[in-house]
Design a protein around this ligand. Structure first.
Ligand code: PLP
Length: 381
């Protein structure tokens, strides 16, 4: 049975044009980008071209882009790298950050930093009063994600950044889930640093970037040969970086697909979910156009995901890219969702390859699956 892929927030299928751009850098152009000979200089040229492509997508200078092994490393580089330069103070992060922000922020408490979790309302919107209260104390580091991986909610980062700067803090946003889905403009966001990842935008896994205002000081995580202006030692993964650049260039022209066709599919899906009695999370908030996060009261999310997989649909439960546990989603709990509802959470995240026909067929399959699960529960009781 052909599987329909509805899990684009976990990862996206690499675009054929991205793969085609990468292949020569596995084959003929395999040089080390630091080497002085022709093999090396052609690899270096490709890395610098990719840096320009990444920079162009978010409106920065290429020299502001530091390539990393992905979003996880970029977030760690920002938090640990900035803390490496500052006297311990307060680090404020939202209560719904991805673990690769939440955990390094937590780790700083071992070296004298005070962690402040910024609360969200029932739709997952950052509580700006809580932000004001937090920044009464001089805030050293602030990190708030632009779009959430589970609910898709988009935060008003520029407003938070203004408050953060007024409190003397360095402001970062994890834009991994926003890139390619909505316009991401470094200057408009008013941040000092921003994280990107290639595999969420039809690029390869294992490559991303920390983009920063060069006035911010960062201590590198890795000691070594001083690549990436001393901020990320290690021989550059040239094919992956080239693929990242190509994916960024494609993303420029494809954002429109998200705001029109993908949003239309998402709305059709949500009308169908609503008709079937689903609870839709973050329904009333501004979200990226491809994400629906929902639960059917009384239906376990993991079980629903497994049954839908058997029926040919790849969807996610909870925070798919990080969780193997059955604990309810920390994001939903922070939004005040009851644990028994949160345990039912299922996420559908659409992409360029999906169609309205797939949504229609999915809703019909959902009817069968829900009926089957309800019968099973009735027998168990
Ligand atoms: N930040 C967010 C919001 C994510 O959804 C992810 C994805 O899993 C990451 C960071 C981590 O990115 P990467 O998989 O490139 O390490």
């Amino acid at each position: 049975m052909a599987h329909v892929y509805f899990d684009h927030n976990a990862t996206t299928p690499p675009d054929e044009r991205v793969v085609a751009a990468m292949l020569p850098f596995f084959r003929e152009h395999y040089g080390n980008a630091s080497s002085r000979h022709e093999f090396g200089t052609s690899a270096r040229k490709a890395v610098e071209h990719a840096r320009e492509q990444v920079a162009a997508l978010i409106g920065v200078e290429p020299s502001q882009v530091v390539f990393t092994s992905g979003g996880t490393e970029a977030n760690n580089l920002f938090i640990k790298g900035t803390a490496g330069y500052l006297r311990p103070g307060q680090i404020a992060v939202s209560a719904i950050e991805h673990p690769c922000v939440a955990k390094p922020a937590q780790e700083l408490t071992r070296t004298g930093w005070k962690l402040r979790k910024l609360g969200v309302d029932c739709d997952g919107r950052l509580d700006l009063d809580d932000v004001d209260a937090a920044f009464k104390e001089r805030a050293g580091i602030v990190s708030v994600m632009l779009a959430n991986n589970e609910t898709g909610i988009v935060q008003d980062i520029a407003a938070v950044a203004e408050k953060a700067h007024a409190a003397g803090a360095v402001m970062h946003t994890d834009a991994v889930q926003a890139l390619g889905k909505i316009a991401v403009d470094f200057k408009a966001l008013n941040v000092d640093a921003l994280t990107l990842s290639a595999h969420k935008i039809y690029g390869p896994k294992g490559v991303g970037a920390l983009v920063h205002d060069k006035r911010t000081s960062l201590r590198p995580l890795l000691a070594g040969g001083g690549h990436e202006r001393g901020l990320r030692s290690g021989t550059e993964n040239v094919p992956a970086i080239v693929g990242f650049g190509a994916a960024c260039e494609l993303a420029v022209s494809r954002v429109r697909d998200f705001t029109s066709r993908i949003a239309e599919m998402r709305d059709m899906l949500e009308r169908g979910l609503d008709d079937r009695g689903a609870v839709l999370f973050s329904k009333n908030a501004r979200r990226v156009p491809n994400t629906s996060y929902f639960a059917f009261p009384g239906v376990d999310g993991e079980t629903l995901v497994i049954e839908l997989d058997k029926a040919g649909y790849a969807v996610a439960s909870g925070a798919a890219c990080s969780s193997t546990s059955t604990e309810p989603s920390a994001t939903l709990l922070a939004m005040g969702v009851a644990p028994e509802i949160a345990r039912g959470a299922v996420r559908v995240s659409l992409g360029h390859g999906n169609t309205l026909e797939q949504i229609d067929a999915f809703l019909r399959t959902l009817d069968f699956v829900l009926l089957k699960l309800k019968r099973l529960t009735a027998i168990a009781v």
